[in-house]
Write a protein of this length. Structure first.
Length: 148
């Protein structure tokens, strides 16, 4: 199930993943796992470096299908293992720019499944909200396949 709500500068996506919360959380927080599923459908494989602690930084570099490079980076603001991550998000996209936006991801245990509740806020352009909504939906689909 995917639900989307876009406001002027915020997007919200919900998705139920057919895997336990611990497995989904590890897939979201371990670089070797993130690199296998992260990114929209245009991304083949990402390179991830991070320091998973409040104040720690992360950097995700990827090659898009058209050969263009992609880059996302930021700082972890809140970490509650198996429950919640909050981090800043800046990308290098000219088409869907994001500068110091905020991503909040809740991992909600539903028995043997996990509900992801993702809110991405502080966009300057409505076009960026639309592009990131599509990107996060594709990303969560790839995550669901990865942890299945």
């Amino acid at each position: 199930m995917v639900g989307t709500n876009t406001k002027t500068n915020t997007l919200e996506v919900r998705r139920t993943i057919q895997a336990p919360v611990e497995k989904v959380y590890r897939a979201w927080t371990e670089p070797e796992q993130i690199s296998q599923w992260f990114g929209c459908d245009k991304v083949a494989r990402a390179r991830v470096t991070q320091e998973l602690k409040v104040g720690g930084q992360y950097r995700i570099e990827a090659n898009c299908a058209d050969g263009s490079p992609g880059l996302v980076y930021g700082t972890f603001k809140e970490i509650i293992p198996n429950q919640k991550l909050v981090y800043s998000w800046t990308n290098g996209s000219a088409e869907y720019p994001a500068s110091d936006t905020i991503v909040s991801v809740e991992f909600i245990a539903r028995g043997s499944e996990t509900e992801i509740h993702l809110v991405h806020s502080n966009f300057a352009l409505a076009k960026s909200v639309e592009g990131h909504t599509m990107g996060w939906q594709e990303c969560l689909e790839k995550l669901a396949r990865f942890v299945a």
